[in-house]
Ligand binder design. Structure first.
Ligand SMILES: Nc1ncnc2c1ncn2[C@@H]1O[C@H](COP(=O)(O)OP(=O)(O)OP(=O)(O)O)[C@@H](O)[C@H]1O
Ligand SMILES: [Mg+2]
Length: 445
């Protein structure tokens, strides 16, 4: 497998290669004389482990820093003259980017041991913790909720009727809309997204429907609106609940007739855009409150789709966190390895009100701010989950509260008669007396 090859960066005059080959019988070694050559090799095939023979202190530091940051997912070992250790800057670079180092002249046995250890670690990571690829449809995760979502996306992609996506903020509504577009027959056409809440109400009509020359002061030329420019593709209307009522009527006309009137136009033009709308507020409530047209709601909600909140797909947290980490670990400018077990536990315990967007923000901030090589729950700004004993205590306390209330209510309903209250609660009289005793309550025999 390509990742089993060792990449060795070794300036031609360093004389380090002979010792290296002795240390690695049977292993494929790719050699590069410069960082540029190394980059070309890595572009062609990935390697898990890299060796920098006499490179630190010779290659320009900033270039080496950038190179190593870009390849921070690899394990790097330095082989260097002892004098390099005298420089603070080089020691910092080594601490940040290297897994280990050896001083020249190299002891082949020790080097073989180090590299064997790192290849072993890389193989373990390949098998377990590192599946940072995007999932099918660009949606990471395989929880039952996400599998259901993918099936629904594939179904609605087959037709051209409007789709209404509901989901909490940051849950992935736009991602789902893009997935529908890409899986549809319109995939080659444009995907135009507009956030109805972000455009001032007085501009939204001309943005959506376009305008004719002279339609208003400053309209020196005619312009197509976003719906027209999404012809042959999809228009994604995010935060549809924020669309002013007048524009709701115009949108309804478009959905019914597939034509639009540009502002200032006397004739309509046809536009063939599939509409996907999204909202984080419940549109049925908006209809009931009178802020959203009922007829438009029914038109839009032909194919409703719900993107589940992150707390309902906890099984995806690890894959999502790993994928976000892999995409942003380069921002750290030094080598990070991932998350501590405590961080994973804290992520599972947290309720993620801001959903995937919050997860991305917390991980990105942690990547930049963390001190160690592993991101902890503190780096994520999350509280450690309570110990199992504390959870049990909390459960016990709630159970007692509930029990006390149930007994008090039953006694009240039955005028304090213990046997009737016991029958009502479905417990024996002796249990009832034990409960009265436990909670310091009194009843009549
Ligand atoms: N399952 C997922 N896999 C990978 N990335 C995801 C997933 N869900 C959401 N994201 C990412 O999370 C971020 C928020 O998603 P998106 O913008 O689609 O959410 P939204 O519901 O439209 O949010 P808002 O309500 O704030 O507009 C984006 O960067 C998106 O790529
Ligand atoms: Mg959105």
């Amino acid at each position: 497998m390509a990742r089993e090859a060792l990449l060795c960066i070794c300036p031609p005059d360093s004389g380090g290669l002979a010792a290296l080959h002795a240390a690695l019988p049977g292993r494929t070694v790719l050699t590069a004389a410069t960082l540029h050559e190394a980059q070309c090799l890595l572009d062609q095939q990935p390697c898990a482990v890299g060796l920098l023979i006499d490179t630190i202190g010779r290659a320009p530091d900033p270039e080496l820093q950038i190179f190593l940051s870009r390849h921070s997912h690899m394990h790097w070992v330095g082989v260097l003259p002892r004098t390099v250790l005298d420089s603070d800057a080089h020691r910092r670079l080594m601490a940040t980017h290297l897994s280990d180092y050896h001083t020249l002249p190299v002891d082949p046995d020790r080097l073989r041991f180090t590299l064997g250890h790192l290849f072993g670690q890389a193989a373990l990571q390949d098998d377990t913790a590192l599946p940072p690829r995007l999932g099918a449809m660009g949606i990471t995760g395989n929880s039952p909720a996400v599998q259901r979502l993918r099936i629904q996306i594939a179904r609605v992609a087959r037709v051209s009727a409007p789709v209404l996506i509901w989901g909490e903020s940051g849950s992935g509504k736009e991602l789902a809309a893009q997935a529908i577009h890409r899986a549809s027959a319109r995939a080659e056409g444009p995907f135009v997204a507009i956030n109805c809440g972000a455009i001032p109400p007085n501009l939204i009509q001309s943005e959506l429907f376009g305008y004719e020359r002279g339609a208003f002061t400053g309209a020196t030329h005619a312009r197509a609106g976003l719906i027209e420019s999404a012809s042959g593709g999809t228009i994604f209307l995010d935060e549809i609940a924020d669309l002013p009522r007048e524009q709701q009527a115009n949108l309804l006309r478009f959905l019914q007739e597939k034509t639009i009137y540009r502002v200032g136009a006397t004739r309509s033009v046809s536009a063939d855009a599939r509409v996907i709308a999204a909202s984080h507020v419940n549109l049925e409530v908006a209809v009931a409150e009178g802020s959203f047209r009922e007829d438009l709601y029914y038109r839009l909600s032909v194919l409703p789709l719900v993107v589940p909140p992150l707390r309902e797909r906890q099984a995806d947290l690890r894959a999502l966190a790993d994928q976000i980490f892999a995409s942003h670990a380069g921002d750290a400018g030094r080598r990070l390895r991932g998350f501590t077990a405590g961080a994973h536990a804290a992520m599972l315990h947290y309720s993620w009100p801001g959903n995937v967007r919050e997860l991305i923000n917390r991980i990105r901030r942690a990547i930049v701010m963390c001190d160690g090589r592993l991101i902890t729950e503190e780096d994520l700004g999350l509280a450690a989950p309570p110990e199992p004993a504390a959870v049990a205590k909390e459960l016990g306390a709630s159970r007692e509260r509930f029990e006390r209330e149930a007994v008090t209510d039953a006694l009240r309903r039955h005028g304090g008669m213990v046997s009737r209250a016991a029958r009502d609660l479905g417990v024996s009289r002796s249990t009832m007396y034990r409960l009265l005793d436990k909670y310091g309550l009194h009843g009549r025999s």
